[in-house]
Design a protein. Structure first.
Length: 223
């Protein structure tokens, strides 16, 4: 594994030995399904680690926390509700969910629900920032694993790409507009924003790129 190849920008999701050849595959191979589930659980755990740090959530979790406060539910439950609501927004865009899409909605919410109560809540600012960085690393690792399974986009990613296809605007602009909007709505409902939100926004892109490169190197098909 070459250090330079790991740090280079990831232009595409790499193909690995566990990658499905068809994102809409109704019966994926057990190793592919298992690796997908592991990746989603790690992703959700990373999100929970950031929430537990208490210095600002990821954009979509700001919204989930705001909805949780409004409904008297947990953040994990609200995350699931948000995922289902976003899937309904796929309908006019004619996007099709895969098995990975459905499992994304279930497992990330479940990981937040079960991991958040048992995670430490740091008291000092330095400990909080380190926990945010650790959470971002887990989100990146989880992303690198589940994206390479190639079993359909998550609800939010599918909505983003569908909006880009329909509107014709650059994908970066569409993503920025969506995430800024959910942060504003979530914050207005009481969701937590702070330095952790900013660090996540800055670090998540490069972190996911590195983790995709690592997954591509580790899972490179033989022959």
């Amino acid at each position: 594994m070459e250090f330079r190849s790991i740090l280079k920008p990831a232009k595409d999701v790499p193909v690995t030995w566990w990658s499905s050849t068809d994102p809409m595959e109704p019966r994926p191979k057990p190793p592919t399904l298992l690796i997908l589930c592991i990746g989603l659980w790690i992703f959700g755990t990373g999100d929970a680690v950031i929430v537990a740090a208490g210095v600002g959530n990821t954009p979509w979790t700001v919204l989930a926390e705001g909805i949780a406060l409004m409904m008297g539910r947990t953040i994990g439950q609200a995350t699931f509700f948000v995922s289902i609501a976003v899937l309904f927004l796929w309908i006019p865009l004619r996007e099709k969910p895969g098995i990975g899409t459905i499992l994304n909605a279930i497992l990330i919410a479940a990981a937040i629900e079960y991991m958040l109560p048992i995670l430490p809540t740091p008291e000092g600012a330095l400990e909080s920032l380190l926990q945010v960085i650790g959470g971002i690393a887990l989100v990146g690792i989880g992303s690198g694993i589940y994206l390479t399974a190639n079993l359909g986009p998550g609800p939010r990613d599918g909505w983003m790409t569908g909006m880009q296809r329909v509107s014709g605007y650059p994908i970066g602009n569409v993503r920025a507009a969506i995430e800024i909007s959910v942060v504003i709505i979530g914050w207005s409902l009481g969701g937590t924003i702070g330095i952790g939100t900013i660090i996540f926004a800055v670090m998540i892109g490069p972190t996911v790129a590195i983790c995709l490169n690592i997954a591509g190197e580790i899972g490179r098909p033989q022959g």
